[in-house]
Design a protein around this ligand. Structure first.
Ligand code: ATP
Length: 241
């Protein structure tokens, strides 16, 4: 298994948010974690990426392994720089007063000095032509959907091989949603491993290969997406019966 989350227990202060969850992602796979508000989806991503405080959830027990090695022993900045994982966060977290291009440039900090970034800009702009058209525009002037695209583009600028996505569909109109997921499919076809967090279960289960249903900090069911779509629990709670 490429990523393996094993019996992970996570707390914020005294509150336990994940009660011992286990799941895995194979190299080249698209895996989705679905679940309602507050289920613990974002907490799971933040635990894997070892985000610094104040967001940081505290891992109390269990382990997170990448290629069999514990991520918990790796300095957090090395998760992006050396292990080639990147997060496109929910709510975008882009710098509104910087241009599209400046936001992308910021994500190149983890590169070896002097390495060329032109190919990476070209790749992001080919995937998201709307960003190319707006490259000199301040990011706060972008629509919500375009800002989501910028968050994904920025993650790609790190040259990640494993992309963690927190609700990329959030706030996207249908046409932009189509563009976004077409771009993500293309990245996967080129070899990108993807862990997708989504509230829109129907969308996620159509897009991913396998899925896990998270409910108040526990995984309640899992399997290939084609099977999960027919799972009575998933159908009743998340697919409108
Ligand atoms: P959503 O879809 O609404 O983003 P989620 O599935 O991503 O939900 P989390 O954000 O991971 O859920 O939250 C899981 C639990 O942890 C919730 O009960 C939430 O209130 C709590 N929680 C999240 N972040 C913090 C924090 N920084 N401090 C304290 N509790 C937190």
């Amino acid at each position: 298994m490429y990523l393996e989350v094993r019996d992970l227990v996570v707390k914020y202060g005294n509150i336990e948010a994940l009660h011992g969850i286990s799941f895995g992602v194979e190299r080249g796979e698209i895996v989705t974690l679905i679940g309602a508000n507050g289920a613990g989806k974002t907490t799971t991503l933040h635990s894997i990426m070892r985000l610094p405080p104040p967001e940081a959830p505290k891992v109390v027990s269990g382990d997170i392994l990448l290629d069999g090695k514990s991520l918990l022993k790796v300095p957090p900045h090395d998760v992006v720089a050396k292990l080639h994982m990147a997060l496109a966060p929910e709510g975008r977290h882009i710098f509104g007063n910087l241009t599209v291009e400046e936001n992308l440039e910021l994500a190149t900090y983890a590169r070896p000095k002097g390495s060329s970034v032109k190919d990476d800009y070209d790749r992001v702009y080919a995937l998201f032509p709307r960003l190319a058209e707006r490259r000199k525009q301040r990011s706060e002037q972008l629509s919500g959907g375009e800002q989501q695209m910028l968050a994904v583009g920025r993650a790609l600028m790190t040259r990640c091989q494993f992309l963690l996505l927190d609700e990329p569909s959030m706030g996207l109109a249908p046409l932009l949603m189509y563009d976004m997921f077409r771009a993500l499919k293309q990245l996967n076809a080129e070899g990108m491993t993807i862990l997708l967090i989504e509230q829109n279960a129907k969308l996620a289960l159509t897009f991913a290969h396998r899925g896990y249903l998270l409910d108040t900090g526990e995984i309640v069911t899992s399997g290939p997406c084609a099977e999960l779509m027919h799972d009575p629990v998933v159908k009743k709670a998340y697919l409108g019966g």
